[in-house]
Design a protein around this ligand. Structure first.
Ligand SMILES: Cc1cc2nc3c(=O)[nH]c(=O)nc-3n(C[C@H](O)[C@H](O)[C@H](O)COP(=O)(O)OP(=O)(O)OC[C@H]3O[C@@H](n4cnc5c(N)ncnc54)[C@H](O)[C@@H]3O)c2cc1C
Length: 253
């Protein structure tokens, strides 16, 4: 797959460790929420990023500072710089129309869920988002999610919203039985715990998984979820509760 060229039109820094990049591509694309792109910085590297929004030529990425490529993005990219992307790649969320949905995000895991919330609202769903952060200074995108439905924030250390983990917040809520579908994106432990709880109470669930993705084409095997043999870049990154049920059961025993 060849690279698409885009130009950065806006950069925001909602927190010390997060930057949002708005990009205009040369040609329009039609990613589904949950799909990702491989973003290449020449002479630095290439990384997978979820589409946090997309419409025609416009796309948005939300990027946490982690290591080599993401730090280079944070420190080096400026408005009008060019970026190169491969994508859309992978399988997105299976969307429902109508009904009540619950979104559970851990930190920058809110990126694909923001794009999803926008689509779900447009499709007539009632959306509730739970956004989990470590501390008050890490909170971002609360108002943006508010455009599409209800939002609750949790912090592990701080004064805002619910005090505790987003998993605890979620557990208290899903048992009310008033949601038709749950979508989660965060660290693996959060994805697995939320999926397990949903299977237990009989609510359909999908989670967005992370692995080190290299080829992005389902060939190299670097992103396989073992022992299931599911490739995050091709079979995922979005996987339903049934697909990962064997590892959920194994974790419990
Ligand atoms: C499908 C998918 C979608 C993603 N979407 C987003 C997004 O929207 N926003 C965002 O900020 N990040 C996203 N990520 C994560 C992002 O790709 C990584 O943070 C990035 O590749 C790190 O690159 P780096 O060069 O900055 O860090 P590196 O220098 O490569 O690594 C720093 C450290 O982080 C570890 N690490 C790096 N990548 C991963 C990973 N994927 N899983 C586990 N450990 C890792 C490395 O092993 C190393 O210890 C996504 C990942 C996947 C697989």
């Amino acid at each position: 797959m060849s690279y698409r060229v885009g130009k950065i039109t806006n950069i925001r820094s909602p927190t010390n460790s997060i930057k949002e990049y708005e990009i205009i591509l040369e040609d329009p694309i039609e990613p589904e929420p949950g799909q990702f792109a491989m973003l290449w910085i020449p002479r630095v590297g290439e990384i997978p990023l979820s589409f946090a929004d997309a419409e025609g030529e416009y796309i948005k990425f939300i990027v946490a500072r982690v290591g080599k490529v993401t730090s280079r993005m944070h420190d080096g990219l400026a408005i009008d710089d060019r970026v190169f992307i491969r994508g859309p790649l992978g399988r997105g969320f299976r969307q429902v129309s109508g009904g009540r949905v619950l979104l559970v995000a851990g930190g920058y895991g809110l990126a694909p869920l923001y794009f999803l919330a926008k689509r779900l609202k447009a499709d007539g769903c009632g959306v509730k988002a739970l956004l989990g952060f470590k501390s008050d200074e890490d909170i971002f995108h609360q108002e943006e999610f508010g455009r599409f439905g209800e939002v609750e924030v949790s912090v592990e250390h701080g004064l805002s919203g619910y005090r505790g983990t987003v998993l605890d917040l979620f557990r208290g809520m899903v048992r009310s039985g008033s949601f038709d579908k749950v979508y989660v994106c965060g660290k693996e432990e959060l994805n697995l715990a939320v999926s397990r709880e949903c299977l237990r109470v009989g609510v359909p669930v999908e989670a967005s998984f992370e692995r080190i993705i290299k080829c992005g084409a389902g060939i190299c095997g670097s992103c396989s979820i073992e022992p299931l043999g599911l490739r995050v870049c091709k079979d995922g990154p979005i996987l339903g509760g049934e697909a990962i049920a064997p590892i959920l059961e194994a974790d419990e025993s």
